[in-house]
Design a protein around this ligand. Structure first.
Ligand code: AFD
Ligand code: MN
Ligand code: MN
Length: 431
């Protein structure tokens, strides 16, 4: 079996060869610096090599804002073309071996064919995403006034049935998780009875959970707000925790970095949910004002590092902790392949820097109530340039030392632009 590699391996290795001497010099210098801290660079490079974050199938298309979508050149029009683009990201970044699908946008006619197509490209399927926040053409009941929480049992049953269908499809594709994000909520005070709509949600979630395979997780994603909303039913980590707790042991909370009230301490939420065994997954992105789904680490890389500080600390305490990680971004003005490669590296970087923190020294400063040195211990890791570790991890696994430059040299975007004439409203992109 020979993996389909969309970018010429000769081009990748030639581009890498030109950078190898510089990389070796940088890597050796960093190794010496880390050795002075009694840190073995090879352990970090191994950790970087095994780090993985899922790609959002919809992320390789151009997204949009509430007001407009400006399609980019060569947008994928089918799930197969989306997987072709994901294969480029994985080949060059070596950090994104799985793809998270969104149903019905990505519904395949033949799941086995899609699974084989992905496998040939070095890809597998991650958590499945259901969609009861949009009405589809052939839909009997409308989700206009909600789905899992709707006052009408017929609507709730339709939404439950859709989620169970997504689980069934996921089983055929090798997925192990269902992520449930609903747009349910209200637009005006008085519109909904808060306790009744939460009860409907809990009953619906339990019915879906009843169809969950024993080796699956069900992930509940909270979100504080939507434009024009007065309330959302799973609005914060408290609602999510309560719902996950009520629904079942394998029902966990999923934290999306863009889903909180302004100035919330997200890394604290991470610690709370993890401590009670209910942190199931993460959607990484960045934001300035709302759920902007901007490139991870592009605005607040220190917050991303502090989130990973909690994840790494907990994983060290509880090795069985295996949350589902996904980039949940949409790309309006960049080439999505470039943004996703760059973002995967930014998340990997935060993970490596958090892994670098001297936690025994930190614990001592915490015990001694020495705030200055405690935060300086974090900064000693955060301020270190770990790029050579990420580059070496990619180099050793057939990836690109410089994914963006290699990708641009390959001319991939121009090639697919010729193959994929603009189709207007593609199925990808979340507005
Ligand atoms: C939107 C929602 C949520 C969800 C994603 C994919 O805000 O983050 O995870 O769509 O369904 O971004
Ligand atoms: Mn999300
Ligand atoms: Mn979101």
């Amino acid at each position: 079996w020979v993996m389909t590699r969309p970018i010429s391996t000769d081009l990748v290795s030639e581009h890498n060869r030109q950078q190898e001497a510089a990389l070796t010099a940088d890597y050796d210098a960093l190794a010496a610096k880390l050795a002075r801290r009694e840190v073995d660079i090879e352990q970090l490079t191994q950790a970087a090599t095994s780090f993985a974050v899922a790609l959002p199938s919809w992320g390789v298309g151009t997204g949009g804002t509430r007001f407009a979508r400006f399609p980019g050149p060569g947008e994928p029009r089918t799930i197969f073309e989306k997987l072709d683009d994901c294969a480029v990201i994985q080949q060059l970044s070596q950090a994104t071996p799985t793809v998270s699908l969104h149903i019905p946008w990505d519904r395949p006619t033949d799941p086995a064919e899609l699974k084989g197509f992905a496998h040939d490209r070095g890809l597998a399927f991650d958590a499945m995403n259901s969609n009861t926040f949009q009405d589809q053409a052939d839909q009997a009941q409308s989700y206009k006034y909600g789905s899992l929480t709707h006052t009408s049992e017929a609507v709730r049953e339709q939404a439950i049935k859709h989620n169970i269908e997504v689980i069934e499809l996921g089983k055929a594709l090798g997925s192990k998780a269902l992520t449930v994000w609903v747009g349910d909520g209200s637009n005006f005070p008085g519109q909904q009875h808060f306790r009744n709509s939460f009860s409907h949600y809990l009953d619906s979630a339990k019915t879906i959970y009843g169809a969950l395979p024993k080796d699956w997780n069900m992930l509940l994603e909270h979100k504080m707000f939507e434009p024009a909303f007065y309330s959302t039913v799973i609005q914060d980590w408290g609602s999510s925790y309560l719902a996950a707790k009520e629904t079942g042991e394998r029902c966990l909370s999923l934290v999306d970095l863009g889903h909180h009230a302004p100035n919330v301490n997200i890394e604290m939420i991470v610690a709370r949910l993890a401590q009670f065994g209910k942190l199931g997954g993460f959607h990484f992105n960045d934001s300035k004002y709302g759920d902007d789904d901007l490139d991870s680490g592009s605005i607040d890389p220190y917050q991303l590092f502090l989130v990973f500080l909690e994840l790494v600390d907990f994983k060290t305490a509880e090795p069985s902790f295996t949350p589902f990680y996904m980039l949940d971004q949409s790309h309006n003005v960049t080439d999505p392949v470039e943004s996703l490669m760059y973002s995967a590296a930014e998340v990997q970087r935060a993970f490596i820097k958090a892994s670098l923190v001297d936690r025994s020294r930190l614990a001592q400063y915490q015990a001694d109530n020495d705030p200055l040195m405690a935060q300086a211990t974090l900064k000693a890791a955060f301020n270190l340039d770990v790029e050579p570790i990420l580059q070496m991890a990619r180099h050793r696994t057939g990836g690109a030392i410089d994914p963006i430059a290699t990708y641009r040299k390959s001319g991939y975007r121009g090639i697919v632009t010729k193959q994929r004439p603009a189709s207007g409203g593609s199925g990808s992109g979340i507005v």
